[in-house]
Design a protein around this ligand. Structure first.
Ligand code: GDP
Ligand code: IMO
Ligand code: MG
Length: 435
């Protein structure tokens, strides 16, 4: 029986998970998504081309690997179809190596409407959702009123769909939301619904599986599985910066509930962090920089959302948050991405503790979203040179290695590798990978 290795984000998303999964895929037989849905945007670059995946696992560009969409994921059929067609244009036939759990929940067009209605009702306190219908679809899952992928094969699907849609329309109207004026991609609900129904036809071309049986059988067969997280630790529904979080379990424990495996099945836990920090949407971000340095990180790091195009908020790396993420997830290996963005910086800073309402702490306080949090910053010399063409870890500039050593020391977790460009080849290993 093999174990499942897990890769997840340790900050507020967009750490470069897609790139690292794609790079690690040759060492695995199976890549499985266990949480989130089209709110994710995972970028992969190779042969000078950029690919962004939302629902489909990042192993899809390797034709000999199986990709699984697990039960903990959400599928929006039209977005799924668009993604499948985009892959077809690039010569990838996903019907050959992608299977979908029958228990995966569906995002209806009216879930997307409810997302907009809820955000409008929250006003200034809005989450900054990606408006893909994530919160409302997981709400229906927990309320036991949702529809699942396996349901699309039932003769009664049409009436189940109509009942749920009506309930959403009633809810939206009760919030004072104008359902007639609502648009998705410029289309009214009825027009978008037609595309969504076509998406169901696309979905039916795929093999629907009992993924919990499949995954456990694959492990019993000695197959190596990598679980790919979406979003990240600090957006987790239970342990993130609630209420400014997503609605799924983004942490290692989510692999068990999102794929149907035992806690004892979890092997290595690969945590991805940027060498600095970003956040998109609302919510606390103690190390955020509102000055020119923040703007430089945004521009040099091309920090614009892969799903929504929104500018990401930027700041220094946050070690209390990183330590918290390592603790909750049992991270065994750190992958640090994007230090190259700071190549021209004279100094780089790390947040080593917070002052919360006057008292210093290195913990994430319950009052994270309500208290005044001041980051305690330590400065390190910049490396002031290009990293392009660096072939091995030992050839990285000393100042960068010292910076990475500091992250290792202060988290107590080894930095296994560092990524120095968007390209899948540019990952330098400090330690041999244990899989
Ligand atoms: P994900 O959601 O965690 O998969 O990350 P995203 O794809 O949303 O955002 C990461 C962005 O950083 C993408 O544009 C990647 O191409 C890019 N990227 C990943 N690793 C590196 C790196 O080491 N250096 C640079 N400069 N860009 C990187
Ligand atoms: P990947 O997988 C960054 C953020 C949204 C918003 C909050 C809730 O690419 O790292 P939701 O649509 O889930 O209701 O939004 O979470 N968010 C992400 N931020 N990367 C993501 O995914 C995100 N998915 C959701 O911006 O603040
Ligand atoms: Mg992303």
């Amino acid at each position: 029986m093999t174990k499942i290795d897990v890769l997840l984000g340790l900050q507020w998303g967009d750490e470069g998970k897609g790139k690292i999964v794609d790079m690690l895929t040759p060492g695995y037989d199976v890549i499985a998504r266990f949480n989130g849905g089209p709110n994710a945007g995972h970028t992969i670059e190779f042969d000078g081309k950029k690919h962004v995946l939302h629902i489909i696992p990042s192993g899809i560009f390797h034709p000999d690997k199986t990709n699984i969409i697990g039960s903990g994921v959400l599928i929006e059929p039209h977005i799924f179809q668009t993604e499948i067609e985009g892959l077809e244009e690039r010569g990838v036939d996903a019907t050959k190596n992608l299977v979908i759990s029958k228990k995966t929940h569906l995002i209806l067009p009216t879930h997307r409407m409810m997302d907009a209605a809820n955000e409008q009702a929250k006003g200034k306190g809005k989450i900054g959702s990606t408006l893909k219908g994530i919160g409302p679809a997981y709400t229906d899952k927990v309320a036991r009123t949702g529809l699942r992928v396996g349901d699309v094969l039932r003769p009664s699907f049409g009436s189940l769909y109509a009942t749920l849609k009506e309930a959403h329309l009633r809810q939206a109207r009760s919030l004072g939301f104008d359902t007639e004026a609502f648009r998705i991609d410029g289309l009214g609900l009825d027009e978008y619904e037609r595309l969504w129904m076509q998406g169901l036809d696309c979905l039916r071309r795929f093999r629907f599986v009992d993924s919990e049986y499949l995954v456990n059988e694959l492990m019993a067969d000695g197959k190596r599985i990598l679980a790919e997280g979406a979003q990240a630790m600090m957006l987790d529904i239970d342990f993130g910066t609630y209420p400014f979080v997503t609605s799924s379990s983004t942490i290692a424990a989510g692999v068990c509930t999102g794929l149907g495996v035992a806690p004892s099945a979890i092997g290595r836990v690969f945590g991805v962090t940027k060498a600095y920090c970003t956040r998109v949407g609302s919510g606390p971000f103690p190390t955020e920089l509102h000055d020119d340095t923040g703007k430089r990180l945004c521009e040099l790091g091309h920090e614009y959302g892969a799903t929504t195009g929104r500018a990401r908020r930027c700041g220094w790396i946050d070690l209390p948050a990183l330590r918290y993420a390592c603790m909750v997830n049992g991270v065994t290996d750190l992958f640090v991405t994007k230090p190259d963005v700071m190549n021209d910086f004279d100094e780089v800073k790390m947040c080593t503790a917070y002052t919360v309402d006057g008292a210093e702490t290195d913990r994430i306080p319950f009052e994270y979203c309500t208290a005044a949090i001041e980051p305690k910053l330590e400065s390190f010399p910049g490396w002031r040179c290009s990293l392009a063409g660096t072939g091995e870890y030992a050839s990285l500039p000393g100042a960068l290695r010292a910076y990475l050593d500091e992250i290792e020391k202060r988290t107590g977790v080894r930095v296994t590798a560092v990524s120095i460009s968007p390209d899948r080849r540019d990952v330098l290993f400090k330690h041999a990978l244990v899989q």
